[in-house]
Ligand binder design. Structure first.
Ligand code: BTX
Length: 328
């Protein structure tokens, strides 16, 4: 893990779960002087972490700011390679843009770009993704599976499954559902969106940028008015604020696991997990494509992630890209 010395110190405190740590012990373990430890603690205090000194025991972390920085995420991380390189920003235009640059410079598989706030968050098809400061998870994971360009949409489905499974393992008060292609809805409202971009040559994928946006600790009025009726957050549905770093770590664990499973064993198990958690399959829907509007019953997805709709006249239509509305 490429943590700075300051982050390594912080990680020790976060993992100590409130127990004091002796300055000498920390200095010995990290191979630096006690003065250097003290200086790093000063910097952390300036960033909003609060420490107290306990006689004969050392320093105790008593308050931490609500951030999704590398040290915080690492303290929950349980992966083999994903999340070992984390690029954290207070504010950024879009994590996708930075990810693109880093991927071109050779960033390793599982590199994470995450920000507290995005000023130019991107949705699909040039749409805007609202990314309020400190409220959500706005991150891109660079992955480098050995696949062909036509398989890339399947990895988008892997990402949706990873997010839903992470929510299901951490929260109890709601059931998230995937809306084709890649929205995560809770009680019919959008809580998360996924945007996948690809760096590829004709016959080879260099990398995929899996952009994940999750409304996490928003109250309703943290959303701009125009989306208040269609958006929700985990905090609204779970009825409590949640730890964003814990959710990030859980998603990274799943994304690594399901990507490896996909590369080793193919798409079948991912496809059935996706269908199992989908709120679209089996429902009557209206799909608006650039050319037409189609109504019918969503009956499944193909191996390419294409949606199949059974029309009233018995024909099955394949939809590659559309906005869909689920009808009651
Ligand atoms: P999408 O095109 O499916 O969704 C965009 C639409 O969703 C908007 O037109 C608006 O109606 C609505 N919307 C915008 N912001 C929100 C929000 N916060 N909650 C609910 N609804 C909203 C989905 O695109 C893909 C989003 C990916 C976002 C991530 S964040 C990290 C990464 N960086 C980046 O710039 N984008 C991705």
């Amino acid at each position: 893990m490429n943590l700075s010395m300051k982050d390594k110190i912080l990680q020790h405190f976060l993992q100590s779960k409130g127990e004091p740590i002796s300055g000498q012990q920390l200095a010995d373990e990290l191979g630096i002087s006690r003065t250097a430890i003290w200086k790093h603690l000063q910097t952390l205090q300036e960033e909003g972490y609060e420490f107290i000194t306990i006689k004969k025991k050392g320093y105790q972390l008593v308050a931490a700011p609500d951030r999704v920085d590398a040290a915080k995420i690492s303290s929950f991380l349980n992966t083999k390679r994903f999340g070992y390189s984390i690029h954290y920003f207070e504010e950024i235009d879009s994590t996708q843009t930075v990810a693109q640059k880093l991927a071109r410079q050779g960033a390793e598989d599982g590199t994470v770009i995450i920000a507290e706030e995005q000023t130019g968050g991107k949705g699909r098809m040039q749409r805007i993704w609202h990314s309020a400061k400190g409220k959500g998870i706005w991150m891109t994971v660079i992955i480098r599976p050995n696949i062909l360009p036509h398989q890339a949409p399947q990895l988008t489905l892997v990402a949706a499954v990873s997010v839903v499974m992470a929510m299901k393992s951490l929260y109890r008060n709601f059931t998230p559902e995937i809306k084709w292609p890649n929205d995560i809805l809770i009680n019919g409202k959008k809580c998360a969106g996924i945007l996948t971009e690809m760096l590829a040559e004709m016959d080879r994928v260099d990398g995929l940028l899996i952009g994940i946006g999750i409304n996490t600790n928003h109250e309703l009025d943290d959303f701009p008015e125009e989306i208040q009726s269609i958006a929700t957050s985990i905090a609204i549905e779970e009825k409590r604020k949640v730890d964003r770093a814990e959710l990030v770590a859980e998603i990274l664990k799943n994304l690594e696991h399901y990507t490896d499973e996909y590369v080793a064993n193919g798409f079948t198990s991912i496809k059935s997990l996706w269908e199992e958690h989908s709120g679209t399959i089996g429902k009557r829907i209206k799909a608006s494509t650039i050319r037409e509007t189609i109504e019918g019953q969503a009956i499944g997805i193909t191996d390419e992630g294409v949606l199949e709709i059974l029309l009233d006249d018995g024909q099955v239509k394949k939809v590659y890209s559309a906005d869909i509305e689920i009808q009651n």
